[in-house]
Design a protein around this ligand. Structure first.
Ligand code: VGL
Ligand code: ZN
Length: 242
């Protein structure tokens, strides 16, 4: 029933969009499938060594997204990547909180924070993009999580929910209306990046087979539910035009 309602609402708002709004406004529902044109950007989230098998915060199957993303990126004229980029001793690391273990929660001034194993430390191999990831088509790399006291899952706004990374302005200046989001991890950085993209007014799509999840205690199902509630469309690579 919820799905039937979702489709209904989507087509209603798609109709309203066709009638008027030239720019994607908050609340404007993305169409079922995106076009890939001069106003569409591919955002590749955190495809870094530490999030792949053998890395410090390995996402199961994380490396499997690489060939999928390499093929996809060739079809976009705008490609941006995000890079998790923490200083040593970052406040999201369990090692910075005596007596605490990775994957426990801790209260930060900006809210609840998962504590992670040390990962993506600036200048280390773990923070590098996967060597087989084709970075040739990439026009901009947005680094995030570089402030010691604030984490940033999102490529748009840090975890305090107020500090912008500059990505919204960059995409707006380039005339972007649609974002297609892929990478690691579905339930954390992809999720937050996608919700913020939609909130910023971009029609937003997450390509599920070009993502992999950490899935901590149901976080993946929760992430998909939150994304759906916040106007993020879930698609597959096969839904994209060739
Ligand atoms: C991420 C946890 C910590 C991610 C980054 O890229 O999803 N997850 N830092
Ligand atoms: Zn991180």
């Amino acid at each position: 029933m919820a799905e039937a309602f979702g489709i209904d609402r989507r087509s209603l708002i798609a109709g309203a969009t066709a009638l008027g709004a030239a720019t994607a406004a908050r609340g404007a529902r993305a169409q079922e499938k995106p076009v890939i044109d001069e106003r569409t950007v591919l955002i590749v989230v955190d495809v870094q060594n530490d999030f792949c098998p053998g890395g410090k915060l390995a996402v199961p199957g994380g490396d499997e997204v690489v060939p999928v993303i390499n093929a996809l990126a060739k079809r976009f004229s705008h490609v941006v990547m995000t890079q998790d980029w923490h200083p040593a001793g970052h406040s999201s690391f369990a090692s910075s909180h005596p007596g605490r273990q990775p994957f426990e929660m801790v209260a930060m001034p900006y809210g609840q924070q998962v504590l992670w194993p040390d990962h993506c430390v600036q200048g280390t191999k773990g923070a590098d993009f996967r060597p087989d990831l084709d970075v040739t088509p990439v026009q901009a790399i947005i680094r995030k999580g570089y402030r010691k006291e604030i984490d940033s899952y999102s490529g748009f706004v840090e975890a305090d929910r107020t500090t912008p990374t500059g990505l919204t302005g960059y995409l707006r200046e380039r005339g972007i209306l649609r974002t297609v989001i892929v990478g690691l991890a579905t339930d954390f950085c992809v999720n937050w990046t996608a919700q913020d993209a939609a909130r910023a007014g971009f029609d937003t799509y997450v390509v599920e087979d070009a993502c992999r999840a950490i899935d901590l205690e149901g976080s993946l199902a929760k992430a998909w539910a939150e994304m759906a509630e916040n106007d993020v469309s879930r698609i597959k690579t096969a839904d994209l035009p060739g």
